[in-house]
Design a binder for this molecule. Structure first.
Ligand code: PHE
Length: 351
């Protein structure tokens, strides 16, 4: 039996044949298993001789199967490797790489332009209280300007009883920065703002960059120069046409709104493109309002903890999404937030 078992194991050419041999000898009904069962009927003397012999046989066959198995497995692996070749000349599968969203890109460009002009970056919370968003900006409760902001309010007030809201502009960062850092100041505050409003040029969430300069002897000329310089740098052309209109904001006095002149060019397939340049009063030209600004109201400087007889300043708030639309010739603001790769590709923002 021993010779027969070892021969079958040795001759097994495949893992299946080896498994068949294992079952034939060591399986429940296998010949070695049956042999071991005969021990029960033997006399103690016989068993003392046969027991170790049978168990030794079982161990020997078990070892032989394990050794043969290792050999067969190694051979199977070699055969598999020999059959597979890697073609290094095949091009690698392409995986798309992400890219920076146009709005983030414009915010980065603007932060860089203002860094060159000596502005630091300040931040504030998107969930604001109505004191920072309105009251300290010279809009007391019941001020009509509050109603113009289409504010998203939270149902509950904060611990001090202030109504909580999603900030409607980045201007509350003016107050926070003055209170935290005092004067002089030269900061921009980029971020998300929220208003309940939606059409081709309004989305309920959009982006602004606030600018605030507080120093001694600051006047409207500083504001005008700063706005012209940054808009020229941003649009990368010297021939942009700006229109400064007298306006009203409760937190600036006087207030100035700024429009950029652009023309609409027709492209193929009925597409149209806004191109900055040219005056909006000429044929085929139009204006787009890009920012609100003005000299910081004395009351606001006081709310910021500073003496308005000592410190003056200017502030502006610009719509980042609109600037992006103008610079890259896009015509629907809502497309910024659709996440449509075809749109991003069309404007060169995705590979
Ligand atoms: N906060 C104003 C807005 O959201 C813009 C602005 C900022 C105007 C600073 C003047 C000064 O429309």
């Amino acid at each position: 039996l021993r010779a027969e078992a070892l021969a079958q194991v040795e001759q097994a050419g495949t893992l299946d044949a080896l498994e068949a041999a294992r079952v034939a000898f060591l399986g429940k009904q296998g010949s070695i298993a049956l042999l071991l069962k005969t021990l029960g009927k033997m006399s103690p003397d016989e068993r003392q001789v046969a027991g170790p012999a049978f168990n030794g046989l079982r161990a020997e066959v078990t070892d032989a199967i394990a050794a043969r198995k290792a050999v067969l497995e190694a051979a199977a692996l070699d055969a598999k490797l020999a059959g597979e070749t890697i073609d290094l000349s095949l091009p690698a599968p392409e995986s798309p790489i992400g890219s920076v969203h146009p709005v983030s890109q414009v915010m980065d460009e603007l932060a860089e332009i203002f860094a060159d002009l000596g502005f630091a970056v300040a931040t504030g919370p998107e969930i604001e209280d109505d004191w920072h968003n309105f009251t300290a900006l010279n809009m007391p409760e019941s001020h009509p300007a509050r109603a113009m902001h289409d504010t998203f309010y939270f149902p509950d007030a904060d611990a001090e009883g202030r109504s909580m809201l999603l900030r409607t502009h980045t201007s509350p960062v003016q107050i926070r920065t003055m209170l935290q850092e005092g004067a002089p100041l030269r900061v921009i505050a980029p971020g998300r703002v929220y208003r309940s409003d939606s059409d081709a040029t309004h989305t309920p969430m959009f982006h602004q960059i606030e600018g605030l300069v507080i120093d001694k002897g600051i006047h409207l000329g500083h504001l005008k120069w700063t706005l012209e310089t940054f808009l020229k740098a941003f649009f990368e052309r010297d021939d942009i046409v700006l229109r400064l209109r007298p306006s009203y904001f409760p937190f600036t006095e006087p207030s100035v709104e700024v429009d950029v002149g652009y023309s609409v060019e027709k492209g193929p397939n009925n597409t149209s493109r806004r191109v900055v340049g040219g005056s909006g009063d000429d044929d085929g030209h139009a204006w787009m309002e890009v920012l609100g600004s003005g000299m910081v109201n004395r009351r606001v400087i006081e709310f910021g903890g500073l003496d308005p007889d000592e410190w003056q300043g200017f502030a502006f708030g610009t719509g980042v999404d609109r600037l992006a639309m103008l610079k890259y010739g896009m015509d629907d603001l809502r497309a910024f937030f659709d996440g449509d790769l075809r749109w991003l590709k069309h404007y060169g923002f995705a590979a």
